[in-house]
Design a protein around this ligand. Structure first.
Ligand code: SAH
Length: 353
């Protein structure tokens, strides 16, 4: 296949001052271009009305402005909107808009597929295809923001959104692109988002957590644990399980302390597997006195693997063990159950035909 052109949206804000990009145009033209691409999220060259037409044409000959085409948009009865985007090489990724009380949360993909092989996750089924580049991650934000602007959530005047790297893929296995996209989101000349509005969710591979600590991007961290002892975690999450629970928790704690912001432990609740109160006690003893809260996520059923979410009483009993130990624990019902909103489900269904 023909190599695609480089993607303009992958450039971090400072790169728009590059003389090669400017090709003889004055520096303020670079500022204007950066505003269109990042601050305004332009998805068509024609919108860049204040740029000289000749330069626009030369740019368009050398760069791609967009890398995503919308293939599907589904809206759940609870307001969750799920998008399937086709990439330039034909593969697809998902993004989700989740309505919250006073803002929207954008759930972004960082890879096509995933190499972590978690037993309960639809994305894991096809393995890893490739990393997304920064511009492909940022374009998800721009397309979701455009959707939200065109069709605002009911009862919400504002267009404020948070971003979670919680869609397809393991963000810390694609650190360079994720770091560049965080830079673009939080740079005052990029999307100018507060770091508090950005959250990275990871299955916690050691090298990835070490890179995160070294880079100190100041965004929130969620560690997907799912088991409190190493053997059980290796069965459930084979690749992340190569890092011990103790080590993953210690690295996440270090990041939380560096950032001055509590980290979250995400725990998927699966009937007969991750829902017994003995596991809850082990988790509580791992987390007691440390800067964590816990999100309990009842399994979003994939219906082909025999795994199911626990009954409500089991969920509440699990939560009670944690709260009795002084740990904040919240039950997070996943939105969009009627539209295959669990990570990777929509893409999987399309691939199945
Ligand atoms: N790889 C990263 C981000 C993608 S997964 C991570 O592991 O955090 C995002 C979250 O979705 C994880 O907490 C994961 O445990 C959860 N998840 C995946 N499949 C799920 C399912 N079928 N039901 C409920 N939660 C699921």
């Amino acid at each position: 296949m023909e190599q695609p052109k480089p993607l303009l949206r992958s450039l971090v804000p400072v790169a728009f001052a590059d003389p090669e990009l400017l090709a003889g145009e004055p520096a303020y033209r670079g500022d204007q271009l950066r505003d269109w691409v990042h601050a305004k999220g332009a998805l068509a060259w024609e919108r860049m009305s204040n740029l000289p037409a000749a330069w626009r044409q030369r740019l368009a000959a050398a760069w791609d402005l967009t890398a995503l085409a919308s293939v599907a948009r589904q809206v759940s009865t609870d307001g969750t909107r799920k998008f399937l985007f086709r990439l330039r090489d034909g593969d697809t990724v998902e993004s989700v808009i989740i309505p919250m009380e006073n803002h929207a949360t954008f759930c972004l993909s960082t890879q096509v597929g995933c190499a972590m092989a978690c037993r309960f996750c639809a994305t894991a089924r096809g393995g890893l295809v490739r990393n997304l580049e920064a511009g492909e991650i940022i374009e998800q934000v721009h397309r979701l923001a455009a959707d939200l602007a065109a069709d605002p959530l009911p009862e919400q005047g504002g267009r404020a959104f948070n971003v979670v790297f919680m869609g397809m893929g393991e963000p810390l296995d694609n650190w360079d692109a994720v770091a560049a996209s965080v830079e673009i989101m939080t740079h005052p000349l990029g999307l100018a988002m507060s770091r508090r509005r950005v959250q990275i969710s990871t299955s916690g591979p050691r090298e990835g957590l070490e890179k995160l600590i070294a880079a100190a991007p100041g965004v929130g961290l969620t560690l997907s644990l799912g088991a409190a002892d190493d053997a059980a975690r290796r069965r459930l999450m084979p690749v992340p399980g190569r890092t011990t629970v103790a080590e993953a928790v210690a690295l996440a704690e270090r990041y939380a302390r560096d950032t001055g912001r509590r980290a979250t432990v995400a725990w998927v609740l699966i009937a007969g597997s991750t829902d017994d109160t003995e596991q809850a006690r082990r988790l509580a003893s791992q987390l007691a006195g440390r800067p964590f809260k816990v999100n309990l996520i009842p399994l979003n059923e994939l219906r082909d693997d025999g795994l199911a979410p626990p009954a409500e009483a089991r969920i509440l009993a699990f939560q009670k063990v944690l709260t009795d130990a002084g740990i904040d624990a919240f039950i997070r019902l996943s939105g969009g159950r009627d539209i295959d909103a669990a990570c990777g489900q929509l893409r999987r269904r399309r691939a199945d035909g």
